[in-house]
Design a protein around this ligand. Structure first.
Ligand SMILES: [Zn+2]
Length: 91
């Protein structure tokens, strides 16, 4: 006969959200993944390195004040590339 150990109960503080926390409301926005020009894959390595140029302008109808290049590598074919993005940071 084997005596079963009682299952450990989760500590009350670890279960559920902390007292006083409210439900967050999430907006949903689309982000288009960057794509390898050689093979079309959107699978990439983590970004390494980043170059930023402070410049104001408009890209596809949206204002930006930074152009940022991030280096990565295509996970499918190994091609290195810069992912260029037009970003708006609060000033
Ligand atoms: Zn590729």
């Amino acid at each position: 006969m084997s005596a079963k150990k009682p299952a450990p109960r989760p500590k009350p503080s670890a279960a559920g959200r902390p007292a006083g926390a409210t439900n967050r409301e999430y907006d949903e926005v689309e982000s288009a993944p960057t794509r390898c020009r050689q093979c079309g894959s959107t699978s990439r390595s983590a970004y390494f390195g980043r170059n930023t140029v402070v410049q104001m302008g408009e890209h596809e109808g949206r204002p930006y004040n930074r152009i940022v290049w991030r280096r990565c590598r295509c996970e499918a074919c190994g091609q290195h590339r810069f992912d260029k993005s037009f970003e708006l940071e609060p000033e």
